[in-house]
Write a protein that binds this ligand. Structure first.
Ligand SMILES: *Cc1c(COP(=O)(O)O)cnc(C)c1O
Length: 370
C-alpha cells in the first residue's frame, strides 16, 4: 500500500487510495487529501488527443496511485460503456458567448452519474484486497441518492442505504429513489434538512458501537458522498474534457485560460475543478455559484463562514446546503497543509457554527475563486 492520503485534520491518519475509497472519511472526521497533489502534472497534449475514457483512466491514475493501469481501464470501461446517452460522455455546447458542459447524459440524468458510475467500480476493486463487503451510507439533497442507488445496484459485495430530508427533495427525485430496483438498496426519509441528514450520516461513521458491530460482520461502512475521494476524482476528468473540446473546436488556443462557473452545494464539483488546476489545467477563475443559501458567497467575500442563518428551501435543492463539506479540503490546500489550523476551524464550526480564516488565506482563495 502506498500511503498517499492523510486526513485534513491530522497528518498521522494515513491511508492508501484504495483504503481511502473504502473508508470514505478519516477516523477523526477529517477528509482524505493528498499532500503532493499536482506534483506530477497531467500531459495536456496527450489529453487533447485522447477519448473521454482514455483521459479518465489517465487522470485517475495520477490521483489514485495504488490502482493499476489495468484496473483503472477496466473500471472506466464498466462505468462509461453504454451508460451515457452521448458518446462524448460530457459534450460541450455553445450558448451565446459561453459554453455549457452537458453533464446530464448519464443513467439518472444527474451530473453525479459521472462519478457515481465510477465509484462502485473503484470500491469493488479495493474490496478484492479484503474479505469484506461494503455498506454505503449516503445523505442526499436529491440527486446523489438516485445516482448512487443506480450505480451500486446489485454491485457485488456492496449494499447501499440513502437518507434524504423528508419533503425537501423534488417529486421527481423522490419517485426516482422510492422506485429504485435492486437487491441491495434501501431508502430512508429523515426529519430535518440535508445538513441534518449529512451530519447524522457522518456521526454513524464515527459511532464506535456501530463500527465494532460492522467489523464483526466483515462489513465496511463507507460513503458515496463527495467526502469520498473515489467520488471526487472522476469529476476532475470533465474539466480537462471541457478544455479539450474548447481547444479542439478552435474556440481557444492551447494555453488560453478558462473560467468555470459551477453551481455549488457541498463544494465537491468545484473542488474537482481545483484538482484539475493543480494537475496543470489552464484555469483563470472558478465562479462558485450559490442560491439563496449563500454561505459560500459570504465566505469568499468576507472570510467568515457562518452557518447560523435560516435554511432556505429553494427550487435547486442540491444547492440547499449550509455545511459545505469539501471546503475543508480547499482550506487544507490554502493553508499549505496546516492540519492543526484546519482541525481548529472545523471544531469551531461544529461548536459555534462559525469560523473565520486569516486575511492571507482569504486572499489566496480569492485569487482563484469568486
Ligand atoms: C449535487 C448538485 C449540485 C452541488 O454540487 P456539489 O458538488 O455538492 O457542490 C449542484 N447542482 C446539482 C443539480 C446537483 O445535483
Amino acid at each position: 500500500m502506498v500511503t498517499s492520503y492523510h486526513s485534513t485534520r491530522n497528518k498521522g491518519i494515513q491511508a492508501g487510495a484504495r483504503e481511502a475509497v473504502l473508508t470514505g472519511i478519516a477516523s477523526d472526521g477529517g477528509l482524505f487529501v493528498r499532500p503532493d497533489l499536482g506534483t506530477e502534472k497531467a500531459d495536456l497534449d496527450r489529453i487533447l488527443n485522447q477519448s473521454y475514457q482514455e483521459n479518465a483512466a489517465y487522470i485517475l491514475g495520477l490521483l489514485l496511485p495504488d490502482y493499476t493501469e489495468e484496473e483503472l481501464k477496466q473500471a472506466v470501461a464498466a462505468a462509461y460503456t453504454g451508460t451515457f446517452a452521448d458518446e462524448a460522455i460530457t459534450p460541450l455546447k455553445p450558448v451565446g458567448d459561453l459554453h455549457v458542459l452537458e453533464l446530464f447524459h448519464g443513467p439518472t440524468s444527474a451530473f453525479k452519474d459521472v462519478a457515481l458510475t465510477m465509484l462502485p467500480q473503484l470500491m469493488s476493486i479495493a474490496l478484492q484486497d479484503t474479505e469484506d463487503s461494503a455498506m454505503i451510507l449516503t445523505a442526499t439533497s436529491g440527486d446523489t441518492g438516485k445516482a448512487a442507488l443506480s450505480g451500486f445496484r446489485d454491485v457485488n459485495r456492496t449494499g447501499i442505504a440513502v437518507f434524504y430530508p423528508e419533503g425537501k427533495v423534488s417529486q421527481i427525485q423522490y419517485r426516482q429513489m422510492a422506485t429504485q430496483q435492486g437487491s441491495n438498496v434501501k431508502v430512508f426519509a429523515v426529519r430535518g434538512n440535508f445538513d441534518d441528514a449529512q451530519s447524522a450520516v457522518k456521526q454513524l461513521f464515527l459511532d464506535e458501537d456501530l463500527g465494532q458491530w460492522a467489523a464483526g460482520q466483515n462489513i465496511r461502512l463507507s460513503s458515496a458522498n463527495s467526502i469520498n475521494v473515489g467520488r471526487l476524482v472522476p469529476q476532475v476528468v470533465y474539466y480537462f474534457e471541457a478544455w479539450k473540446q474548447l481547444v479542439n473546436q478552435g474556440v481557444i488556443g492551447r494555453d488560453d485560460k478558462v473560467s468555470f462557473s459551477v453551481p455549488t452545494g457541498n463544494f465537491g464539483d468545484v473542488l474537482a475543478g481545483y484538482y484539475a488546476y493543480r494537475l496543470g489545467l489552464p484555469v483563470k477563475k472558478f465562479v462558485v455559484a450559490s442560491n439563496a443559501n449563500n454561505v459560500l458567497t459570504e465566505f469568499i467575500t468576507t472570510g467568515v463562514y457562518d452557518r447560523n442563518r435560516p435554511f432556505v428551501k429553494t427550487i435547486s435543492p442540491s444547492m440547499d446546503i449550509l455545511i459545505s463539506s469539501n471546503l475543508e479540503r480547499l482550506l487544507y490546500y490554502m493553508t499549505d497543509g496546516n492540519t492543526e489550523q484546519v482541525a481548529a476551524w472545523m471544531q469551531e464550526l461544529a461548536e459555534t457554527g462559525r469560523y473565520e480564516v486569516t486575511p492571507e488565506v482569504l486572499e489566496r482563495i480569492r485569487s482563484l475563486f469568486e
